[in-house]
Write a protein that binds this ligand. Structure first.
Ligand code: BGC
Length: 922
């Protein structure tokens, strides 16, 4: 074994072991079957390193383990939800392979005591014969505003053995009807306060707050919650998000005070609607509501703007303003303000948070009094400043993605955004400041006006974005892929601010739908996007007009109505992604009529079945593709998705009608754009051919020609480089894999000269650029756009081979089919899916390919073990058993139910469990 193999395998083992060690140890089935790890060959010892954490943690419990990772509406113990039939999900574990759930029982109780006595007084599903372990909808008594419900679940395995009940989980309802809101919209200044008295000890207290643009809530001197830039941006005329906080520990018998700071955010004004519901120990209820009896005064935030930044004058602070007994006689009365018109809706997704803090790499002084910090990473958020100095001194921080050669900051590309925070000192000892109501996209920041000389410790970078959980990991033997993966993750995260944004730095930061649709798959492989996209799809529905049109950006601020068709596709495609990744049938049901309206609008613009209107087409392409081709292809895509959704929902007449429409569009598309002489589409760009191939638009007898034209264009026409924009590149990579040219896709993926992802890495990028070009200057050239990160989905799908299988929505059926290409020696990837861990790790060495996979309980997989072309006399082992020999499947290995050989690969059908395949040959 060569040294790289040992070290990489050890790295893999530690990586995978590290991740998996948090899981239960029931899949160490080598041990369950009584085999001795020590007796295995040295190869198997290394393989066992993958499984070691399971083996070590293996408990004696056989059969189905208690369900774990209980979620409600995709959230863990959510507080303040307003879905009246929330959906439950759990993850199963089992000591045996090939296990499924045959039945479940969910109990929902109104108290923890009832639940512990197994009394589901709100809902007892009874034993339901079903393999659903996600999307199980509550079907009990009507859920009441403000009530907490406790739930647990047990399951039966395929043989009928029952698990223990899960640990209890809970969910708590928010305010379910408009009438539950007693407070009124108030404003008048950016700081509001009130005091109240409680006549006894507190049992329970909930604060419900809608504060737009942004709020910061304080009770009795304490800042409540860890959300920032809350609530998420919505179409305020339609929907305003509110948050619920458990503030029981913060309120007390006797005098109390509430203080709220308001920022303008995207609302561009300030309004607060608030209520506090307190239950005293003696059972009495007490409520505080926002009204004009509150006091108002402008505080230390002198100005705030998302694009421009914040000016904070610490001399205007009023110490104690958020505590009782504060003298507010100089404050005015809060004003009654109109407030946004939208309905109040619970924020049911990960809030925006300060998720990390970066220490600057360096501080340099290009000019006297000017200090430039390098965070070492292009990031979204702001800086925390530490300073000591005279009262009234003003420290200014200006943010930039780039520097000039002399080390000073280069802000040419952020256009009109002033991206600048100013702190005016109160002049008392050490002062620490970070802004509240703005954010910036930056790697560098300039400090001026600092009293004395700042140090590295004067600045910290506060990384801020929607706090979605990472669920995926991808690592490969080719370093450039890992470097690009890092860029993809950073670009994706720094562009999640309640909505998916295009960029985080310039005067834009919009929910551009084209960017959202191309990145959705990548995002769901890397992060838990279920709740985030559930909200975003509602955002899209909120801006739909009665004629079915939607807009380029959501909420709609930039761009047009109707949306460019390749942008509008975000609506059907993100619904479809929710179905594929999470098995979310409800999102299909809820949006079906709206999707239909959207498609019917498109149809109204395509009387001859060719949809021609287009604004952006294959945006930021190197070679231009006619916009009409792009629009028409996406029209077809939308109709196909609608056809499939109709079929899933049992609307067979619709499904047939849209299948027919799709046929008509396909015919018209080929008439309009296919040049059957040259075997290419329109002007023969990579995007034109790739879109047609990807969508199955190419007539059968031309597929070979078009595929050849495409690959020739890449290889000979452009020396193995892409010429697409961000629309084309999303489909180019999977198309190359589909036509059997993963090798070529791989060459593009690891390319390091212009234009390529690697070129960005080679030129020092720490997030993905908006353009393939390494551009600076006052033109459009953001250095943090997520859209080229769409290739991240291909990393998982093709290089690691992790795919949702046919008719396998929500990973019910999985397909593991890694592409073993070129000089790639190993890949290891894991996705924590809605049903549990799916992983695929492969290695190759002369005469041998290994493939380790994990399939969650209640799922199954087709596992394609690849073979090097030249290998003959192939044997496949799984663990220490032979499963394929002499051209035949060898049955008997638990969990492996069948196998077949085709195209030189071996496909094994497996149930749940952890499998270590090893293919050897000559
Ligand atoms: C955005 C893009 C967006 C485009 C629409 C740009 O300004 O940054 O990412 O999709 O406009 O053409």
């Amino acid at each position: 074994m060569s040294p790289w193999q040992v070290s990489s395998l050890q790295f893999l083992a530690s990586k995978i072991g590290g991740r998996r060690s948090t899981r239960k140890g029931r899949q160490g089935r080598k041990d369950c079957k009584g085999r001795s790890v020590s007796a295995l060959s040295s190869w198997l010892v290394l393989q066992a390193a993958f499984a070691l954490p399971f083996a070590l943690a293996d408990s004696a419990v056989a059969g189905p383990a208690a369900p774990a990772n209980l979620r409600c509406e995709y959230l863990t113990n959510p507080l303040g939800i307003d879905v009246t039939q929330p959906r439950f999900a759990w993850v199963l574990e089992h000591s045996e392979r090939g296990e499924t759930q045959s039945a479940y029982q969910v109990l929902v109780a109104t108290s923890a005591e009832n639940l512990s006595r197994d009394q589901g007084d709100a809902w007892d599903s009874g034993k339901v014969a079903s393999d659903d372990s996600t999307q199980v909808a509550y079907a009990g008594k009507a859920l009441e505003s403000g009530h907490r419900y406790y739930w647990k679940v047990r399951t039966w395995d395929k043989g009928g053995a029952a698990s223990a009940y899960s640990q209890p989980a809970w969910f708590e309802m928010g305010l379910l009807s408009a009438g539950d809101w007693k407070g009124e919209w108030i404003g008048g200044a950016n700081q509001l306060r009130t005091e109240f008295n409680l006549a006894g000890p507190v049992m329970r207290a909930r604060a419900t707050i809608a504060g737009v643009g942004y709020y910061e809530l304080h009770i009795n001197g304490a800042r409540i919650g860890s959300s920032v830039l809350d609530p998420a941006w919505t179409t305020y005329e339609k929907r305003v998000l509110y948050a619920t906080y458990d503030v029981t520990p913060y309120v007390q018998s006797g005098a109390n005070a509430i203080g709220v700071m308001l920022g303008q955010g995207w609302f561009a004004s300030r309004a607060l609607r608030f209520q506090l519901d307190v239950e005293l120990a003696d059972g009495r209820h007490f409520q505080v509501q926002s009204n004009t009896s509150w006091k108002a005064r402008n505080g230390p935030v002198v100005s705030d703007s998302v694009y421009n930044g914040e000016v904070y004058d610490a001399r205007l602070e009023a110490p104690g303003w958020d505590r009782s007994g504060f003298d507010d006689t100089a404050w005015g009365a809060a004003a009654s303000v109109p407030g946004p018109q939208g309905i109040l809706s619970a924020e049911m997704m990960p809030p925006i948070r300060n998720v990390d803090t970066l220490v600057p790499l360096s501080m340099k002084s290009p000019k006297p009094g000017v200090y430039v910090y390098d965070m070492g990473q292009n990031m979204s958020g702001w800086a925390e400043l530490r300073v000591r100095g005279p009262r009234g001194a003003a420290v200014k921080m200006r943010f930039a993605e780039l520097t000039y050669d002399d080390g000073s900051i280069n802000r040419d590309n952020i256009r009109a955004a002033k991206a600048s925070d100013t702190y005016i000192l109160r002049g008392e000892g050490d002062e620490v400041y970070e802004p509240r109501f703005t954010y910036h996209g930056f790697r560098y920041l300039e400090v001026t006006g600092y009293p004395g000389t700042p140090s590295l410790d004067s600045i910290r970078g506060r990384v801020v974005h929607s706090a979605v959980e990472p669920v995926g990991s991808f690592v490969a033997s080719k370093q450039i892929l890992n470097q690009v993966q890092r860029l993809i993750r950073w670009s994706q995260l720094t562009n999640l601010f309640g909505i998916p944004t295009d960029c985080d730095q310039r005067d834009e930061r919009q929910g551009w739908m084209g960017d959202a649709q191309v990145t959705a798959e990548e995002a769901t492989m890397n992060f838990d996007m279920a709740a985030f996209y559930t909200n975003f799809v509602r955002d899209i529905r909120d801006i739909q007009a009665s004629d079915g049109t939607i807009t380029d950006t959501v909420p709609h601020r930039y761009g047009s109505r109707p949306a460019d068709p390749a942008w509008g596709t975000a609506f059907p495609l993100i619904c479809w992604t929710m179905w594929q990744q999470y098995g979310d049938r409800r999102i299909l049901e809820e949006n079906y009529e709206s999707l239909k309206k959207y498609v019917e609008f498109l149809r109204s613009r395509a009387p001859d079945n060719v949809l021609r209107y287009s604004y952006y087409g294959d945006w930021v392409a190197i070679e231009h593709t006619p916009g009409e081709l792009v629009s028409d292809a996406y029209y077809y895509y939308d109709v196909e998705i609608l056809r499939d959704i109709a079929a899933i929902l049992g609307k067979s007449a619709d499904s047939q009608a849209y299948a027919q429409l799709a046929d008509q569009i396909r015919t018209a598309f080929n008439q309009a754009f296919l040049d059957s002489r040259t075997g290419t589409y329109a002007n023969g760009t990579q995007t034109a051919d790739a879109l047609a191939l990807f969508l199955g638009l190419v007539p059968h007898d031309h597929r070979g020609d078009v595929a050849e034209h495409l690959t020739n264009d890449i290889t000979y026409g452009h020396n193995t480089h892409v010429t697409t924009g961000f629309i084309g590149v999303k489909v180019l990579m999977p198309v190359l894999t589909e036509i059997g040219r993963s090798d070529l896709a791989y060459e593009l993926a690891v390319q390091t000269t212009y234009p390529s992802w690697g070129y960005m890495v080679e030129n020092g990028a720490t997030t993905l650029w908006e353009l393939w070009e390494n551009k600076r200057g006052p033109s459009m050239n953001s250095h943090d756009h997520a859209m080229f990160g769409s290739v991240g989905a291909w990393y998982y799908n093709a290089l690691a081979g992790i795919n949702v299988g046919a008719d396998g929505a929500g990973y019910r059926h999985i397909r593991i089919e890694p592409q073993v290409v070129e000089d790639l020696h190993w890949v290891s990837a894991t996705v924590e899916t809605i049903r549990g861990t799916v992983s695929s790790s492969w290695t190759r060495s002369p005469g041998e390919i290994t493939l380790d996979v994990a399939v969650p309980v209640n799922s199954d997989a087709k596992v394609v073990v690849p073979k090097e072309d030249e290998m003959t006399a192939v044997t496949v082992r799984e663990g220490d058993r032979v499963v394929w020999e002499n051209g035949q499947f060898v049955p008997g290995d638990p969990g492996v139910t069948g196998a077949s050989a085709a195209h030189g690969n071996f496909t094994f059908e497996v149930g749940s469990g952890h499998y270590a395949f090893r293919l050897t040959g000559e």
